[in-house]
Design a protein around this ligand. Structure first.
Ligand code: BGP
Length: 474
């Protein structure tokens, strides 16, 4: 295989992605406090419980807390150059509003970083991934309260102080735009969604945006070589028909997501966003200091998740609802869907990459993508494995489109498919919605040995990485 046949550049950050609450388990070990996930045993659609319940798979998850060394070695075996994981805020600040961090929590991530270093894997750290300390939700109503900015700043100061010399790539908030749709999971807002006013919701958004800018500022002070990215949920919105009213409706829905990148990259609220707030009767408290922070501390790169595209229409009678990631959309008649109803659209990834590059001219990092599917463990030559050809096709077809985007001139830093090892789903809290290259023996009822097995996609991805994409099927 000649290097000229390889469509991906040297230095491309191949890897995989996880989040603490979906892999670590050990929910009450090492001095960890409760996080909002500890009262979300059934995922997004059910209201939070009063306290932890035994039916919450995340209490053990896949036991990454005790098995991280073995798991990172498996990632290294695939050839990962980077590994995206999140730090559980409630391991570092169990309540969230304490003055001093929990040393045991900090030491755990030292050990994870040691393993990454041992294998030459560049860590990619999400600072906040749907796991805010529960106390901040229950006592302060989460990000609605301006005080959260100070607690988050204290947390990031500890992280950059402790790990800033070892971690180059940081993401401030996972899928920051999802707070509009999942206020508890994404914004730790305890007020039920139906009772939340638009003003409180957008004030929470504002506080997160200011906190994100503040994290960038702190990084410049404490970890000057760190590169800071925002992380947005990308879900391209196509007009359902060429009717100009549909095209405009699609633009407007798309902008509800694009606004977050616009603010992180350009450092100010765009006019269309201000108009939307005005028309929704939202009055925000924005201080001069907030404006200065947003303007002065913009991001180095834009990262995003991409699973699904949707359509939009201005015609209420044509509007139907299909599944999306976190929030729904109008289904596309040209696309097939996964078993969980998410429509599969590899070309959409090329569209998003081009749209973001044209719009922001910032390096782009695909930090989530993948197929959630039911897997069946079988034996091949006496070795347990999963013949996950559908997952291979999904990833292959998306990577082909990334290669196309690279050929279009888009600056793509890397690709970390979601759930590189099976983990607990964010939306449904199931383990049977599997994404991994590595199968974990644990079922939705909590049974299983937690043993790890390489799926067929494991060897496939290993070859893709080794050949820099030359082995992709076009
Ligand atoms: C994103 C989240 C992840 C992850 C992924 C897959 O929205 O950032 O945490 O879980 O989606 O979604 P799910 O787990 O619902 O299949």
């Amino acid at each position: 295989m000649t290097s000229t046949a390889a469509p991906f550049p040297e230095g491309f950050l191949w890897g995989g992605a996880t989040a603490a609450n979906q892999v670590e388990g050990a929910f009450a070990e090492g001095g960890k406090g409760l996080s909002i996930q500890d009262v979300m045993p059934h995922g997004l659609m059910s209201p939070p419980t009063d306290g932890p319940t035994d039916d919450n798979l995340k209490q053990v998850a896949i036991d990454f807390y005790h098995r991280y060394a073995q798991d990172i070695a498996l990632f290294a075996e695939m050839g990962f150059r980077t590994f995206r994981f999140s730090i559980a805020w409630s391991r570092i600040f169990p309540l969230g509003d304490e003055a001093e961090p929990n040393e045991e929590g900090l030491a755990f991530y030292d050990r994870v970083l040691d393993q990454c270093e041992k294998h030459g894997i560049e860590p990619l750290v999400t600072i906040s991934h749907y796991e805010t300390p529960l106390h901040l939700a229950r006592t302060y109503d989460g990000w609605v309260n301006r005080e959260l900015i100070g607690f988050y700043e204290r947390y990031v100061r500890v992280l950059f102080g402790r790990y800033g010399h070892r971690v180059r790539y940081w993401l401030t908030f996972n899928e920051i735009n999802s707070v509009l749709h999942a206020p508890f999971m994404s914004g730790a807002i305890a007020t039920p969604k139906e009772q939340l006013t638009a003003s409180d919701l957008y004030q929470a958004v504002h506080h997160e945006l200011v906190a994100s800018a503040l994290a960038t500022k702190v990084a410049r002070e404490l970890a000057p070589s760190a590169r800071i990215g925002c992380m947005v949920l990308a879900m391209p919105v196509y007009p359902l028909t060429p009717d100009p009213d549909d095209v405009l409706a699609a633009l407007q829905t798309d902008r509800t997501n694009l606004a977050f990148g616009d603010i992180h990259v350009r450092g100010e609220y765009p006019g269309y966003y201000l108009r939307h707030l005005r028309e929704a009767g939202v009055e925000l408290t924005i201080t001069d200091e907030d404006r200065a922070l947003l303007a002065e501390h913009t991001v180095d790169f834009v990262s995003f998740s991409y699973y699904v595209s949707v359509c939009e229409t201005a015609d209420a009678s044509a509007r139907t609802t299909g599944a999306g990631n976190i929030f729904p959309g109008v289904p596309n008649p040209h696309l097939q869907a996964s078993a969980w109803g998410w429509q599969i659209d590899p070309v959409g990834l090329r569209i998003v990459l081009n749209q973001f590059w044209d719009r922001w001219r910032k390096p782009l990092f695909i930090v989530e993508n993948g197929l959630g599917a039911k897997d069946e463990l079988v034996e091949v030559d006496g070795v347990p494995t999963v013949l996950d050809d559908d997952r291979i096709s999904y990833l292959n077809d998306h990577l082909v489109q990334v290669a196309e985007a690279l050929a279009d001139g888009v600056d793509v830093m890397g690709y970390t498919p979601w759930g590189c090892i099976d983990l607990v789903s964010a939306s449904t809290a199931q383990l049977s919605k599997r994404y991994g290259f590595v199968y974990v023996d644990r079922d939705d009822d909590g049974s299983g040995t937690l043993a790890r097995y390489r799926k067929k996609s494991f060897g496939w991805y290993q070859e893709v990485i080794a050949s820099r994409g030359a082995s992709l099927r076009r």
